[in-house]
Design a protein around this ligand. Structure first.
Ligand SMILES: Nc1nc(=O)c2c([nH]1)NC[C@@H]1CN(c3ccc(C(=O)N[C@@H](CCC(=O)O)C(=O)O)cc3)C=[N+]21
Length: 275
């Protein structure tokens, strides 16, 4: 079994982001936060740290967990209209009553570096240029880095979220994979996932994917970032069990996560260089 780590790939992508950032105006990413969710705040801190390391500017616009939807929308509109800001990201989760899907419509698609505006997803589905959500792009970057063949192969995505499952299905289709999307109402999940040559777990449920869900030799990508009781992080895949069956598997932490952060920065550098 090969362990597909994301650390080295993330470093290479950060180096690309730094080179692309140096080629134009210094890129500025604005991250809008309206939560006190610990995992989400950890991600924001790690974005800010990684940005500083590659000479990108990162503004954290913290509206607090009590922010009203109108206030969040106005902030996104203001940042989208600010010529000094190249990337705008709305961090999830949001306060009760605020919908990320609705609010993200206020992000200029040219600055939508985490692919959150429904227009970005529509463009992606239509095969037009758009920034994919960084997490979905990270899965593709890992598959490419480890030279996993996709054309004509059976890919199964577990999870149908707007940030991962749906955009990823389109990205895989673009690469000529045969794509099946499973979700919480799928009957006999294992019977579907065990047909996969490439299996992506993006359901947000710790340990959902066990040995019985995986075909021998399959490539398994674990997108899950579930908090553990001891303050750590665990994936959707039962790593030890699946390691005995899969041909290749990404770890959590150290797999998709670091690549996600790096790609968000590369997207921002590209947004700053758009004509
Ligand atoms: N609009 C939006 N887009 C997101 O992409 C988004 C979001 N909101 N809200 C929060 C979640 C969470 N998320 C993570 C990204 C990287 C790691 C990551 O790099 N984790 C490290 C380890 C962290 C640890 O060990 O505690 C790793 O996997 O190696 C984790 C979690 C993106 N999210």
């Amino acid at each position: 079994m090969r362990t597909l780590t994301g650390k080295e790939l993330a470093a290479a992508i950060r180096a690309q982001a730094q080179a692309e950032a140096a080629a134009g105006p210094q890129p500025r990413l604005a991250v809008v936060v309206a939560t006190d969710d610990e995992a989400s705040l950890w991600y924001v801190r790690s974005i800010a740290k990684a940005a500083a390391g590659v000479d990108l500017l990162c503004d954290v616009v913290d509206l607090g967990p009590g922010a009203r939807p109108e206030q969040i929308g106005e902030t996104l509109t203001r940042l989208s209209g600010d010529p000094g800001v190249h990337g705008v990201m709305l961090q999830t989760p949001l306060p009760p009553g605020a919908s990320a899907q609705q609010l993200a419509g206020a992000i200029d698609p040219r600055k939508d570096v985490d692919g959150a505006n429904p227009l970005s997803l529509g463009r992606l589905a239509a095969g037009l240029p758009a920034f994919p959500p960084a997490t979905a792009a990270a899965v593709m970057a890992l598959l490419d880095h480890y030279q996993v063949e996709l054309e004509g192969r059976r890919a199964v995505v577990v999870g149908r979220s707007t940030v991962v499952g749906k955009p990823l299905a389109h990205l895989l289709l673009d690469r000529h994979a045969t794509v099946t999307v499973c979700h919480s109402r799928t009957r006999d999940l294992a019977s579907v996932t065990s047909t996969a040559e490439v299996l992506v777990a993006a359901a947000g449920r710790a340990g959902l994917i066990g040995a019985g869900h995986v075909a021998p030799g399959a490539v398994v990508i674990d997108v899950g970032t579930n908090p553990t009781d001891d303050g750590g992080l665990t994936g959707d895949v039962d790593f030890d069990a699946v390691a005995g069956v899969a041909g290749a598997l990404t770890p959590v932490p150290g797999g998709v996560g670091p690549v996600t952060t790096a790609l968000l920065l590369r997207h921002t550098a590209r947004a700053a260089n758009l004509p």
